[in-house]
Design a protein around this ligand. Structure first.
Ligand code: ATP
Length: 234
């Protein structure tokens, strides 16, 4: 067990009750300061993997270690993880800031770093406006600010660029790069190679629950495994 490694996954396997093998013997690690993209077409097993590392569902086999500690429901190390699963419900008539304050109070999780999180998320004066006036990109960044409220050492985001246009994706990259530059580590999922190329330093390519390729984005972008994205029924 290596307490300095943000994430180490080995032999991870998950079969759903209907017999479907969603994650199949998956192993990879993510180092401090990396922005790692979990890339794969719909159904590749990305969300299942992220839910296991958040401690929300149990693997059938294998192990997930966060900073050296095995993940299980209620594990203390989960307090070092901040996460965002798509579609958090914000209260539309409240400001972005009030939404986050309310959320943090309800979560009852120690010190809030509201100002820092809002700054990294780059929401500016918009935080004082009601959420109903927000664009999709601003909502996504508010959701990410929410996941960052505890300044978690490991930030896990499921499809944070979903529904964003290219300028918004570029803003999202800046948010994640700023966060990683503070010595933090980020993991996102995406089904688009171009997004991962724009946003991440590392990539793990998944297809049908299995690892196809993993490494620095610059190496993987030209790797034939990444082509599964273009032809999902390979
Ligand atoms: P997406 O982008 O569509 O979410 P993904 O890569 O995140 O894709 P998962 O959501 O992990 O993929 O799903 C992997 C496969 O497992 C899919 O084929 C999905 O239909 C199946 N699956 C997900 N949840 C369950 C469940 N509770 N029971 C049975 N099968 C499931």
């Amino acid at each position: 067990a290596d307490a300095t490694t943000p994430l180490e996954i080995s032999g991870l396997t998950k079969r759903y009750k209907n017999g479907f093998l969603a994650v199949d013997d998956l192993s990879f690690r993510v180092e401090r300061g990396q922005v790692c993209g979990l890339l794969g077409p719909n159904g590749a097993g990305k969300t299942t993997t992220l839910r296991m590392l958040m401690g929300l569902i149990h693997p059938d086999e294998g192990e997930i270690r966060i900073f050296g500690e095995p993940v299980r429901p209620g594990a203390p190390v989960l307090s070092r993880l901040g996460s965002f699963v798509e579609g958090p419900g914000f209260l539309p008539h409240l400001s972005g800031r009030d939404n986050l304050e309310l959320y943090w109070k309800a979560a009852g999780r120690g010190e809030s770093h509201l100002e820092a999180a809002l700054k990294i998320a780059g929401l500016g004066d918009a935080v004082r406006r009601p959420v109903r006036t927000y664009s999709q990109g601003m909502r996504q960044r508010l959701a990410i600010a929410q996941a960052m409220l505890g300044l978690p050492d490991l930030l896990v985001l499921d499809e944070p660029t979903n529904g964003l246009d290219p300028p918004q994706i570029a803003e999202m990259r800046d948010v994640l790069v700023r966060y990683a530059a503070e010595g933090k580590t980020v993991i996102i999922s995406s089904h688009l190679l171009a997004e991962v190329e724009q946003t991440c330093t590392e990539v793990v390519v998944m297809h049908k629950g299995r690892l196809v390729a993993a490494g620095p984005v610059a190496e993987i972008a030209g790797h034939e495994g990444a082509i599964v994205i273009a032809t999902p029924d390979v």
